[in-house]
Design a protein around this ligand. Structure first.
Ligand SMILES: *Cc1c(COP(=O)(O)O)cnc(C)c1O
Length: 432
């Protein structure tokens, strides 16, 4: 078998990424060519992979009145937002900045929902004036503030209350949001009182209910449990005379980082819709807020090997991408597969390395104990880097942020130029 044939299939966790003649490709573009043309670190996204992930949700919700609101915080680049808006998505935003991004790509304001526990009054006002579809409110205090802002400009704000179903998503504690002890949503037992209050305020108009129980969920059970709990609340709220127009089940579906096997979006929704129908809520308008599951497996980060540093206990492979570019390992001890951009000849011996970046922090690593056959100057691809990587990138250590490329078949377009060092201090002033 030739090397090319051995590697013809897409890589695990990376649809539309495959080796061809030993060269790692995103769709029909070789990553080595992109790295040479644009430099590294470089994020590369597959348009087909994004649309493929979206299509699974669209199939799963076909025939229903449903709006897929992409959660912008997973990856907020304008070209990505434009692609998803053109494919019919609405947007889930958590800040005034994300609102402006959605509006900048021509998103229909009515398809934008505004989530988040700390919306400021100016953000509320701007969103109201833009005409967003719904405010997902997360506290009693926020209900009052939104009511005041709406009344001050003579509008009524459409609201949904984010309820906390107290379901254990069994994911990393930093990305679990549906348990009693965390800051999100209104506790299940307080939800009815919150709805009564919302219905009594003249500046508010109750339109729906929402929940979001966490991220990187890999089994259907927490979703099914949350759905039962939310439907119990819908029954209680409607019994109190407050109609619930739409139900928003949030985002959170996981992706394959390391052999994770989350349910496919269409299979998950087949199960959820069966429960919804069984409980008599099958005709409700639905919303979902997926982020990671649309983008995560559609992106890679290409980095170049700088140096090797053999140690007594570990060998380090030092690369030019770091925690400022790809913060998930440092933040969550997250695993990302790391593959050579040029496959090694079959019998090349591999060495076990910790793959680390240049930042002056021991937490700056991208992968631990990886067997790699690479030389200085080679390129590596960090997989599953489409979500919560570039969007979380910083300039720590005065490192300009990476460039981004969107691939469509043989075509590759630069969608964000590499930041320059001058960009970094553009807003700084020396005291006179
Ligand atoms: C982050 C977030 C999402 C998206 O979560 P994913 O795990 O990326 O799908 C959806 N809704 C809310 C309110 C969020 O905070």
């Amino acid at each position: 078998m030739t090397l090319a044939a051995a590697h013809a299939a897409p890589l695990p966790g990376a649809p539309f990424v495959s080796y061809r003649d030993g060269r790692l490709m995103v769709e029909d573009v070789a990553l080595s060519e992109l790295a040479r043309a644009h430099g590294t670190p470089l994020f590369v996204y597959s348009r087909a992979a994004i649309l493929h992930a979206l299509a699974a949700y669209q199939r799963g919700l076909a025939g229903r009145e449903a709006l897929i609101c992409y959660s912008i915080k997973a990856n907020s680049s304008l070209a990505i937002l434009k692609l998803l808006a053109d494919a019919g998505c609405g947007f889930d935003i958590v800040s005034g900045g994300e609102l402006e991004r959605a509006l900048a790509v021509g998103a229909a304001p009515s398809k934008i929902i505004f989530s988040g526990i700390g919306k400021t009054r100016p953000e509320m006002l701007r969103a109201l004036q833009a005409g967003v579809g719904c405010f997902n409110v997360e506290s009693m205090a926020e209900l009052d503030a939104l009511n005041e802002v709406a009344q001050s400009c003579g509008q009524t704000a459409p609201v949904s209350i984010r309820v906390n179903p107290d379901v254990d998503a069994k994911t990393h504690p930093y990305i679990s949001t549906g348990l009693k002890g965390n800051k999100f949503g209104i506790a299940h037992q307080d939800a009815l009182a919150a709805y009564r209050r919302a219905a009594s305020l003249p500046g508010l108009r109750v339109t729906g209910i929402d929940c979001h129980i966490g991220s990187q969920l890999t089994t259907p059970a927490p979703y099914l449990e949350a759905m039962e709990r939310v439907l119990d609340l819908v029954a209680a709220i409607e019994a109190a005379g407050i109609p619930i127009g739409h139900i928003d089940f949030g985002g959170g579906l996981g992706i394959d980082y390391d052999g994770d096997a989350p349910p496919a979006a269409d299979a998950l929704w087949a199960r959820l819709l069966a429960r919804l129908d069984a409980r008599g809520y099958g005709d409700r308008a639905l919303m979902i807020e997926p982020g990671r599951s649309l983008l995560g497996n559609a992106g890679v980060c290409v980095t170049q090997v700088l140096y090797f540093k053999p140690g007594e206990q570990k060998n380090f492979c030092i690369v030019d991408a770091a925690m400022n570019d790809l913060p998930r390992p440092a933040l969550y001890q997250a695993f990302h597969r790391i593959e050579p951009v040029q496959a090694a000849a079959p019998d090349t011996p591999a060495t076990v390395y910790d793959v680390v970046g240049p930042v002056c922090e021991s937490g700056d690593w991208l992968g631990r104990e990886r067997a790699l056959a690479v030389a200085a100057g080679d390129y590596l691809a960090v997989l599953s880097a489409g979500a919560y990587c570039m969007a979380m990138a910083s300039n720590y250590n005065s490192r300009p942020r990476a460039a981004e490329v969107l691939v469509c078949g043989r075509d590759a377009q630069l969608i964000r130029r590499r930041e320059t060092v001058q960009d970094l201090w553009r807003d700084e002033r020396l005291p006179g």
